[in-house]
Ligand binder design. Structure first.
Ligand SMILES: C[S@@+](CC[C@H](N)C(=O)[O-])C[C@H]1O[C@@H](n2cnc3c(N)ncnc32)[C@H](O)[C@@H]1O
Length: 329
């Protein structure tokens, strides 16, 4: 029997947060939904975005050499128990690829994935995984001390109060449970791994790729997303007081195979990151248009950035932040 209650009485593929009905989706604008509070969310509404997330999932797995950081902590938290079935929570599950892989890797565990948008179901789901529609900004009052591992990856743009969300995660974890956080940055880095400045065309060091990423960063921030949280979470975890064994790591991945000394594995990752970045740039149009950019400005930024990335004219690094912690007893 499952040890994880659903937010809904219906044991269906999709269930709903108790209060999400009050926040019914009113309309869709450029791939975002507006709810009754006029809050806006980006949705991975189209197939291309879910395919990008599947690719990004493979990149994360290559970066870590596994599905997660802190493997000893994770294995300990998910060890088989006599009294209950261990449970895993994937918040902002996207295409569901991490949740599905975890369900296969830990068949004795229950896995719950939640997102504002449904996953794309392409085949039968493993019996130990369930997906729900839910908004992490509403908290998880219906999940108290339910989970042994909570995973939240690349969700900061959709979160209004990341510190508050960490408190929700602490409440949803069993004592001894593990929190796993991961996110890429919208800040890009030069070949010396120094952050690129926000420059205008004609200024030395200007790149269109940084310009379009910076424009998207500002748009996400203006929309209330906690877009700076990837670099701040280690401090917030310490300040929260509910966590011990806090650790973090930052991994640089080149955008495209421009590092001559790279190993075959690093080259493969860099190539995948180039594809990921090109799709990411391609998908930024709705966000930038809704921010008030003229369509021709958006098209130019996207076109020029894509040429830079495709041709390796600029040598750029992306940076990926990981943090983990144990819920104190
Ligand atoms: C960039 S995708 C990452 C998906 C997945 N975690 C991964 O790493 O492949 C961000 C996901 O977070 C979801 N998301 C954003 N804000 C959310 C919120 N407030 N509640 C639930 N899901 C949210 C989005 O709908 C999207 O599917």
């Amino acid at each position: 029997m499952s040890s994880v209650r659903s937010g809904s009485p219906a044991p269906s593929l999709y269930s709903f947060h108790p209060s999400i009905d009050e926040r019914l989706v009113l309309r869709s604008v450029h791939g975002r939904i507006l709810n009754s509070q006029n809050e806006t969310y980006m949705l991975p509404a189209d197939v291309e975005e879910h395919q990008r997330l599947d690719l990004q999932h493979q990149i994360y797995t290559l970066m870590l050499g596994d599905l997660y950081t802190a493997p000893e902590m994770v294995h300990h938290a998910l060890r088989p128990r006599n009294d209950y079935q261990p449970a895993i929570f994937d918040v902002g599950t996207g295409s569901g690829s991490w949740a599905l892989d975890m369900a296969k890797a830990f068949p004795h565990c229950n896995v719950v994935g939640v997102d504002l948008a449904p996953i794309r179901v392409t085949g039968p789901l493993p019996e130990n995984v369930r997906f729900e529609i839910d908004d992490a900004n509403l908290g998880f009052a219906h999940y108290r001390q339910n989970f042994d591992v909570i995973h939240a990856r690349a969700i900061s743009a959709g979160i209004h109060d990341f510190k508050g969300l960490l408190r929700e995660f602490a409440n949803a974890l069993r004592p001894g449970g593990v929190l796993l956080l991961a996110d890429g940055e919208m800040q890009l880095y030069d070949e010396s791994k120094e952050p690129l400045a926000a420059l205008e065309p004609g200024e030395p060091g200007f790149t269109w790729t940084q310009k379009v990423f910076f424009a998207a960063y500002n748009a996400m921030k203006n929309r209330g997303g906690c877009i700076d949280s990837p670099t701040l979470t280690p401090r917030w975890l310490q300040e929260d007081g509910h966590f011990t064994n806090i650790g973090w790591n930052k991994i640089f991945v080149p955008i495209g195979p421009w590092v001559e000394t790279a190993s075959p594995r690093e080259r493969q990752m860099a190539e995948m990151m180039r594809t990921n970045t090109l799709t990411h740039i391609n998908g930024m149009a709705p966000l930038l248009l809704s921010e008030g950019y003229f369509p021709e400005t958006v098209e130019k930024m996207q076109r020029e950035a894509a040429i830079e990335v495709q041709s390796l004219r600029v040598h750029l690094y992306s940076r990926w932040n990981f943090a983990w912690a144990i819920k104190a007893a």
